[in-house]
Design a protein around this ligand. Structure first.
Ligand SMILES: *Cc1c(COP(=O)(O)O)cnc(C)c1O
Length: 523
């Protein structure tokens, strides 16, 4: 391919993205494809001869796009937003175009230095404690990882190694003996990636019970620490959350930090989603305790308008991370002249050796949106979720499960869980809007999250109409429900109710099932 063809190819690709994003409301947010349909639609082997780009783009449009779940659709309300912006998209193109890797300073000075600059910009924008900035005195600083999961993994490994080194000095115990005694803590509301990080790091973790408002309390943490100390274990780390995945609850960082300092354990804060709100006066209380934490992660690719991947992490003392992850080879050294600086070799702050020029898209996104634009995007998410919350509050068929915060509303249909799961299933079958469920205690609920690049009031209204209609349909039409073959195996009480209903109507409706189904047998 020559540059002229590349120009046409590139221009057409941008046109495709524009058409896609501009017309995204016309598509159902969920695709209508069966498993394996894409695999069957594509050849088994790569083409022997180069194909022209037009046919490749055609296949993107005709084969792949119908099989996408449209994360940028304003009707996507599942998981979390996959943030993006025009500037970030172009940044991603430039990253690929320049094609550099930034393992150390020599490998691309701009890669390292731009990352230092944007991380300090962001630390100031979020009003983080000064010691997290590269430009401040001291060993603190930030780095862009690929995901929150990776950021948390390197924090966990650093905390572990730190503790091993410290204990090896103080205890008459072999290193392997020490390793067997380490233990970490988080809450039962923490993201799955925390448990995974601890699995990968071979650090057992206790997921402590949260209070009724989904928050990890300091007393709970201290009780666990005391118990483990009395069993001869070595409490090593606590991973708290600002903005849990289930309901966006905020752990009490200030109180947790006191406990962690008392017992000298590493406190990491996972603020992947809600950390962006640190920039807002309305959320000033989220800053409480951040002075005393060891590390923090926030995703750019959720609320900060940078497309996946980009997860920022800051460390109070980055030397602890570097000590843990550094492995030297002669070919990885900066040349002697340039080595006389104390700029970070980010390869020692992460898992992989190579690293993308992510700072470029962050820089472009921040410059083309501006601090004001970032803040107003956050406020837009808040405003839209509040709009949805008002609808829920005004309809007594529904109840809120947690206070609405940032861009998330957690709600359920009053009554049995089955009503909520059935409602969700109907919505998923219709494919017009997309949400996922979550659970706390025995209560299943739905999370309505503001996502998409350009969600508006009318999109929230659309979702609300869908939800209302489906619930009304569900109740009004009293869908008939065929009795499963296995009815004979039912517990006798359920059996009796089913048969009674059968006798009357020869078919069961869902309402009957809700009444009688305390067992899982009809699943
Ligand atoms: C989204 C999220 C994660 C996972 O983020 P990845 O970047 O996908 O690894 C972890 N913790 C919280 C609180 C999150 O919101």
């Amino acid at each position: 391919m020559d540059f002229n063809e590349f120009r046409d190819f590139g221009n057409s690709a941008i046109e495709l993205v524009i058409r896609y994003l501009r017309d995204i409301r016309k598509r159902d947010v969920l695709p209508s494809v069966e498993p394996f349909s894409i695999i069957h639609a594509l050849p088994d082997e790569m083409p022997e001869q180069a194909e022209n780009w037009q046919s490749v783009l055609n296949d993107v449009e005709n084969i792949l796009m119908p099989a996408l779940t449209h994360w940028q659709s304003p009707h996507f309300h599942a998981f979390y937003p996959s943030g993006s912006s025009m500037g970030s998209i172009v940044g991603e193109l430039l990253i690929a175009g320049l094609g550099v890797l930034g393992l150390n300073w020599d490998c691309s000075p701009a890669c390292v230095e731009l990352e230092v600059v944007v991380l300090d910009w962001l630390a100031k924008f979020l009003r983080l404690p000064l010691h997290f900035q590269h430009s401040a005195e001291g060993p603190g600083g930030g780095v862009i990882q690929s995901s929150a999961s990776e950021a948390i993994l390197v924090a966990v490994i650093s905390a572990r190694e730190q503790m091993v080194r410290r204990m090896a000095k103080h205890l008459e115990m072999s290193e392997s003996m020490i390793r067997r005694k380490l233990i970490a803590y988080s809450s039962d509301q923490s993201n799955s990636c925390i448990e995974k990080a601890c699995k990968l790091a071979c650090l057992p973790i206790k997921l402590l019970t949260t209070s009724d408002d989904y928050v990890l309390c300091a007393q709970e943490l201290e009780a666990a620490i005391k118990e483990d100390l009395s069993r001869g274990l070595i409490p090593t780390m606590c991973i708290a959350t600002l903005g849990t995945t289930g309901t966006c609850a905020y752990d009490d960082i200030k109180a947790l930090a006191k406990i962690c300092q008392r017992y000298q354990i590493w406190l990491h804060v996972d603020a992947a989603y809600a950390g962006a709100a640190l920039a807002l006066d309305e959320y000033a209380q989220l800053h409480d305790g951040l002075l005393d934490i060891d590390s923090l992660n926030i995703n750019l690719h959720k609320l900060l308008m940078v497309n996946y991947d980009g997860a920022v992490m800051w460390l109070k003392d980055a030397r602890k991370l570097v000590e843990t992850l550094q492995v030297n080879r002669i070919y990885l050294e900066n040349n002697e002249k340039t080595n006389k600086h104390d700029l970070p070799d980010f390869r020692n702050w992460q898992i992989s050796l190579g690293r993308r020029f992510r700072a470029l898209k962050v820089w472009i996104a921040f410059r083309t949106v501006g601090a004001e634009g970032l803040r107003s995007n956050l406020r837009k998410h808040m405003k839209l979720s509040t709009r949805f919350e008002k609808y829920i509050l005004a309809d007594n068929r529904f109840e809120l499960v947690a206070k609405c915060t940032l861009g998330i509303v957690c709600f359920r249909v009053r009554g049995e869980n089955k009503l909520t799961t059935r409602l969700l299933q109907r919505l998923l079958d219709r494919k017009r809007i997309y949400m996922v469920q979550s659970i706390h205690g025995a209560k299943i609920f739905l999370r309505f999250v503001i996502c998409g690049m350009d969600t508006k009031d009318r999109d929230v209204d659309f979702a609300w109409t869908e939800i209302q209609n489906e619930l009304s349909e569900m109740r009004v039409t009293q869908e008939t429900f065929k009795i499963p073959d296995g009815i004979a195996k039912c517990e006798s009480a359920i059996n009796a109710i089913c048969l009674e209903a059968l006798g009357k109507r020869k078919s069961l409706n869902l309402g009957d099932m809700y009444l009688c189904n305390s067992s899982e047998k009809y699943k």
